[in-house]
Design a protein around this ligand. Sequence first.
Ligand code: SF4
Length: 238
Amino acid sequence: MRQGTARRPAKARSASSDAAIPLEKCSNTGSAADFLPQRISLPQLRDASKTCRGCDVYCNATQTVFGEGPSDATIMFVGEQPGDQEDLAGKPFVGPSGAMLNDALEQAHIPRDEVYVTNAVKHFKFEPRGKKRIHSKPNSREIKACRPWLEAEIQVIKPQIIIALGATAAQSLMGSTFRLTQHRGEFIEGTPWAPFVLATMHPSALLRMPDEEMRHKARNDFFHDMKLVARQMSHLKK
Ligand code: SF4
């Protein structure tokens, strides 16, 4: 489907609906580019994303979870994909990982309502396990299919700093050879996306760490990275 052709809204499912549909049975066009609006603004992008069938991930998700925040935000956070609670609420970073992000922002004195938060993939991909929906990592085809939404958000917001949360977001922006373990907490300058990009852990990865000592250290590193972002932000304002 190309721009301007008739669109059928992607089917919304509820968390309690029937068993998951096998993804290979879901029709898709192969790219979110087929659903981009003619005019690029946040409200129009958000609206258009509701109809997206660029990959098969929409099939079992409740709804598209588009980014949120002011269109003139200096800082943009990019996560991997919405989680269970985000899928139900239709908002990014409202679950446990959102609470951790809020804590880190608060400690770094970065107002949450001044940052834009979004994900590399806009639908929740999961494996049903009994009544639970367990997070399933999006593959490279799905990340690529969804990237037009992220590119359009960046084009509108023109952030000064992008923080990639987790390896999926980092590789979506910096390429598949980017290693979060080697570059966590470093500012990468002069990228095509923003003057500064910093990659750090995804809060949900911190929450999933089974070892308490490792979790504690990773949490401190994450909070430290947010303070680096705050410092960079203050330099930009001078
Ligand atoms: S995950 Fe992205 S590309 Fe795939 S259907 Fe959802 S919005 Fe479209």
